[in-house]
Design a protein around this ligand. Structure first.
Ligand SMILES: Cc1cc2nc3c(=O)[nH]c(=O)nc-3n(C[C@H](O)[C@H](O)[C@H](O)COP(=O)(O)OP(=O)(O)OC[C@H]3O[C@@H](n4cnc5c(N)ncnc54)[C@H](O)[C@@H]3O)c2cc1C
Length: 461
């Protein structure tokens, strides 16, 4: 670093309310670490923001110094877009304010909040908005890509519940995006990722949920996968919006309700959540028990906030991860065969294949209403390659890629940008489909120099 640059950095530090970290500073390595251990990038500077004013200062600094800029919310993005090499990482992870207005069922959520932060605050009032299924995920990145989880069939995607967002644009302005203020930007933010600016506060609609709900797991032997998957595919086509059932194929973790002999064996699990009266839910899920002869189940009424964390132990940070994903309108027998074939070849004890069920309220929004346009996706498949050692990279990635190719003929249009890996930049246009051209127009208006390009990038013309 030259003296001039050091002077410039020191001047920036003087203006900044948060901390500015250089590689030799303590805390630098913690701050640059993200969920996916495949990504090991070293920014020249990390600006740990405490306020929207800090975000403005960091954006202006990055732009004026012509630095590559990345933005970190929860740091969960599989492609590692929170962090860049040799540039400026604008780290929002300390901006964790959550304000709940229970009377008006509204929440203001800081861009550093994890799902756990938001759920804890909202559930203390018996309220929630649809988020994802792993509580350490960042609200910011999840929302900007679309966002879906257990409550989405009933209340829609996360973006369907976004009322407004405070945004710092590439030229350092603080503006509001909502249906009435900068509606083009608001359209783009709801699915367009971090392409248009940095959101410093999200305003969400809240709904009465729980706080106790019927939820849990049923675990079947992998040998019964055909029966379980076929019935899962048909059952999920007609289930009510309150009910959500996802399918996971993996090696069994040592869950206390499973016999020890099953631990480590291949299984098919159904993950269940009923966002309504538990007694009604119990009746509705009864047919699932006849999908096979289960190894065991753990289904009951429990705090929704706990269920939101049920998968956390399987999704801890620090492992090597590579994902491939498809959308499906329908799970045909042909695609189920592919799922079972690759489920029988899981290349590591941590790899899994899951099918998340959407539909319900997520499909009742016009495809052009927001940047997220895959409203016909009733299922999102995530081929979740996950392993521990670099020497397993080729084998596990090879499995995920081969599986992705084999399932491709049955996939529908579009893809979920929040599940795209770092080598899938060529899928961005496909992911957005018909929305892409309009996204380019929004990009041209709000970030014509492409300052925000460490993301699933929409290139300005
Ligand atoms: C274990 C796991 C489980 C998941 N489960 C689900 C799920 O159930 N449902 C679901 O929908 N998704 C799920 N996801 C995907 C998740 O939505 C994405 O990984 C998302 O990008 C995470 O957001 P983040 O803030 O943690 O990520 P980050 O890596 O911090 O950011 C992701 C992207 O958003 C940009 N960004 C972040 N904050 C801002 C901001 N404030 N303003 C502008 N741009 C910003 C970043 O620059 C980056 O490009 C899961 C991911 C993981 C790893």
């Amino acid at each position: 670093m030259s003296e001039l640059q050091q002077t410039t950095i020191d001047a920036f530090r003087g203006l900044f309310g948060g901390s500015v970290l250089e590689p030799a500073d303590s805390g630098y390595d913690d701050a640059r670490q993200i969920w996916n251990a495949m990504i090991d990038r070293k920014p020249a500077l990390i600006a740990r923001c405490k306020s929207a004013e800090d975000v403005v200062a960091a954006v202006n600094f990055g732009r004026e110094q012509r630095m590559l800029v990345s933005v970190k919310g929860g740091g969960h993005n599989i492609a590692g877009n929170a962090v860049c090499d040799d540039g400026l990482m604008i780290d929002l992870s300390q901006m964790k304010d959550v304000e709940i207005d229970a009377d008006n069922r509204r929440a203001l959520v800081g861009p550093g909040c994890t799902l756990a932060d938001f759920d804890a605050a909202a559930q203390s009032h018996g309220l929630a908005t649809p988020l994802g299924i792993n509580s350490t995920t960042g609200v910011a990145g999840l929302t900007l890509g679309g966002g879906f989880g257990w409550l989405s069939r009933k209340f829609g995607m996360t973006i369907d519940n976004l009322i407004s967002a405070d945004v710092v644009t590439a030229d350092g302005r603080m503006i509001l995006a909502s249906d009435s203020e900068n509606p083009d930007l608001f359209w783009g933010l709801r699915g367009g990722g971090g392409n248009f600016g940095i959101v410093t506060s999200f305003e969400f609609k809240l709904h009465p949920v729980g706080p106790d709900l019927l939820s849990g797991l049923m675990v079947f032997p992998f040998g019964q996968a055909k029966s379980v998957l076929t019935q899962f595919a048909r059952f999920t086509e007609t289930m009510p919006d309150e009910l959500n059932v996802w399918m996971v194929m993996r090696h069994a973790p040592p869950l206390p309700f499973l016999p020890e002999s099953v631990h480590g064996e291949r299984i098919v699990a159904l993950a269940i959540c009923y966002a309504g009266d538990p007694a009604v839910g119990q009746k509705l899920i009864e047919p699932l028990r006849s999908f096979g002869d289960a190894h065991g189940e753990h289904v009951g009424v429990q705090p929704f906030a706990d269920w939101q964390q049920a998968f956390d132990p399987l999704l801890t940070e620090g492992a090597r991860n590579y994902w491939k994903s498809h959308n499906f309108v329908k799970l045909t027998d042909e695609v189920l065969e592919v799922l079972i074939e690759y489920g029988s070849k899981l290349p590591s004890p941590h790899c899994e294949i899951f099918i998340g069920s959407l539909g319900g309220a997520t499909g009742r929004v016009a495809a052009d209403a927001m940047a997220y346009s895959s409203r016909d996706a009733n299922y999102v498949m995530n081929v979740h390659g996950r392993w521990e050692k670099p020497e397993e990279d080729d084998r596990c990635r090879g499995w995920a890629r081969a599986f992705f190719e084999a399932a491709k003929p049955y996939a529908s249009s579009g893809a979920y940008i929040n599940f795209l890996s770092q080598d899938e930049t060529d899928r961005v246009e496909f992911a957005y489909g018909a929305a892409y051209e309009r996204l380019v127009e929004v990009k041209n208006k709000y970030d014509p120099e492409n300052l925000f390009r460490v993301n699933q990038n929409i290139r300005p013309h």
